[in-house]
Unconditional design. Sequence first.
Length: 441
Amino acid sequence: MGIIKDRFRAKSEIVSAEIKDLLKEHGSKKIGEVQLSQIYTGMRGITGLVTETSLLDAQDGIRFRGYSIPELRQKLPKAPDGSEPLPEGLFYLMLVGDLPTEEDVQHVTSVWQRRSHVPNHVFATIEALPVNTHPMTQFVVAIMALQTESQFAKQYAQGLSKKDYWEAVFDDAMDLIARLPRVAAYIYRRKYKKGEHIQPNGLLDWAGNFAHMLGYENEEFKELMRLYMTIHADHEGGNVSAHATHLVGSALSDPYLCLAAGMNGLAGPLHGLANQEVIKWIFEMRDELKTEIPTKEQITEYVKKTLNEGRVVPGYGHAVLRQTDPRFIAQMEFGKRHTPKDPLVQTVWNIYEAVPPVLQSLGKIKNPWPNVDAHSGALLVHFGLEEYEYYTVLFGVSRALGVLASLCWDRALGYPIERPKSVTTKLVKRWLKGEDEIWGD
């Protein structure tokens, strides 16, 4: 294996065992204002961020400026003859804090239409990558290529006043959001449709135009994109993509660099890549069971098999939520209205009935209910977007709305660089023996 790798493995196994024993005996002891176990387990339960745009409630799910998902579907403006909210309206709500009028939403749409031009060098940069490169890698590379257009970077280099930081960040955010659908659609058409690209339609709304550039003219699919882009937009500040964007922004990196960092976090299988894992797991189950619509009994046995193999059931469980994710419910309602007879959608509903009882029987699962990822893939497949590796890019386009709105607020409120104190396990052990102190930085 190699001398250094062998030595590292041996040392890490020793330290890992020490930490396990340490937490078993002292995990509840306070280190500063938090429990020792919290600093070793992902800072769970530690309130250390302010996010103005949304708040996650364990029972009610995500609320955007106080409004729940069902309320947003009712109150936000919609496309002509449409029934789902326009993402432009949610962005306005997150940024301004008030529900938008029809005129407000039309204004946001027109601004994004005017700012949507993507420089040729961005497409050239994407083309320099192998076609088989993962879509999220291409997406992040494209965002970095767009960074040449950053107004914040240019103005900061010229001596931008602190009080004006937010304005340059706002301009970058608007440019980025306007351009992301074009870039994301280009990646999709390049990888999956032989590079046969579709030019934008300047008469369509932001999500409708995204659907058009992907190659889907079905009005129901456009409605799905409006819903998808709305419900995936934000999830308060502690999730990886939001926190990474905020953290990098606290160093006064421009919004392009910040969003690229957030998207790299979103690409992780414990975060945004989970929607890809869900549909892959369902396909594997159907193949193994040799049926298009497994029964609830078959699903139950397959779930048990998955768990016995040491794997998780993708799309189920959440770090904060303790009820079925309202975003799952919104997609289920969409499915009942538009795709009630689809075998894959019906399978998702059967999984919804089969999985929670199995997870509850284990006695250790705090949240056995589905999250947003459990349903989205089935709806996309119904309309023909079967390339599940691409699903996280859709998630990323939507998540940009929330994290960039938050970034505007970070700079408007003058939040400082984020710098929590860290300690070593050696220091922790000395502290537990009373031989040293834990001090702040």
